[in-house]
Design a protein around this ligand. Sequence first.
Ligand SMILES: NC(=O)c1ccc[n+]([C@@H]2O[C@H](COP(=O)([O-])OP(=O)(O)OC[C@H]3O[C@@H](n4cnc5c(N)ncnc54)[C@H](O)[C@@H]3O)[C@@H](O)[C@H]2O)c1
Length: 355
Amino acid sequence: MKTILVTGSSGLIGSQAVEHFDRQGHQVVGVDNNMRRVFFGEPGDTTWNLERLRSVTRNFTQFNLDIRDCSALEELFRKYRFDLIVHCAAQPSHDKARDIPILDFEVNALGTVNLLEATRLHSPEAVFVFLSTNKVYGDAPNELPLKELETRWDYARPEDFSGIAEHCRIDRTLHSLFGASKASADLMAQEYGRYFGMKVGIFRGGCLTGPSHSGVELHGFLSYLVKVALRGDTYTVFGYKGKQVRDNIHSQDVVRAIEEFAANPRPGEVYNLGGGRENSISMLEAIARIEHMSGKKLNWKYLDQNRKGDHICYISNLAKFRSDYPNWSITIGLDEILRQIIADHTLRLTRAEAR
Ligand SMILES: NC(=O)c1ccc[n+]([C@@H]2O[C@H](COP(=O)([O-])OP(=O)(O)OC[C@H]3O[C@@H](n4cnc5c(N)ncnc54)[C@H](O)[C@@H]3O)[C@@H](O)[C@H]2O)c1
């Protein structure tokens, strides 16, 4: 039995990690202060997910702790000796960061360093997995030549077909403040791996998704799109003719990647992790697919102005992770992801109406 710390344990990836490792019989310690509600208001509240976790787990202990609070972290790390740390707590929104630059930096950059340092001091043998983001590349991926198809943008050159690889540059691009705070954390995590030789792995996520997302307009694209469709609200598409492309990976496939890394860690290594080309979809295609699968017509409007620094076509090139960890693959396709999100939101809506 291992002792595993999951930060952001009430969030999408954190909660999936908690469930996964608890099911395997490990002792799982969660840290989450429901700060998603502070960032996004009531729709971002993750209490429902914490309650759900409490009801489905056997050996899970939750701490309402802020990763910015060094002394609380110190106390936690004195109490437990961790074998694995899965660091998912974050201010996760590209757009939100501009309203709260200091808070965004404190949570994303300083919070990560606090955890890395606590690990170095108290659990130096632990594997540490940091959930980074493709926004560390800023808008550099937009420099690739693109072609416009009927419903999506795509890479024009055959050599770009599999998407963006880890050698894409991370500086001299427009990141958004979120991308910059995550890039700071990403570099520090690499440094703890390379300089201190700790077993740190960095995953640069594409669109991470699944039914446990508390989807809001500024974060959680598919989850929020489904929520809007089912409630009959109006969705706003920002620029790029609605043909912007995202690659989507189910939280379970993310956790499986973390598990593979933890079993055979490569200190300081960086991996792109998303759904890859097979799980890529454009905004227009997602709207059509959700309408078809949910049987609901989605109200949406188009604003010509794209989100600042937004990717036009982003597909994660998964070749490096696949080559280092051949036991891993994408197991959940886009239709199944959407089916699960629709089913879950339908249930949440029915429960809310019954209250
Ligand atoms: N979801 C995506 O599409 C996506 C894409 C790329 C990268 N990522 C990264 O993956 C990680 C997990 O994302 P997610 O989608 O699960 O996010 P999420 O918002 O669902 O979960 C993050 C959790 O962290 C908690 N949290 C925030 N600040 C905290 C603090 N100071 N102390 C303690 N807890 C705090 C929140 O309450 C929330 O429950 C994040 O680092 C995010 O940047 C996510």
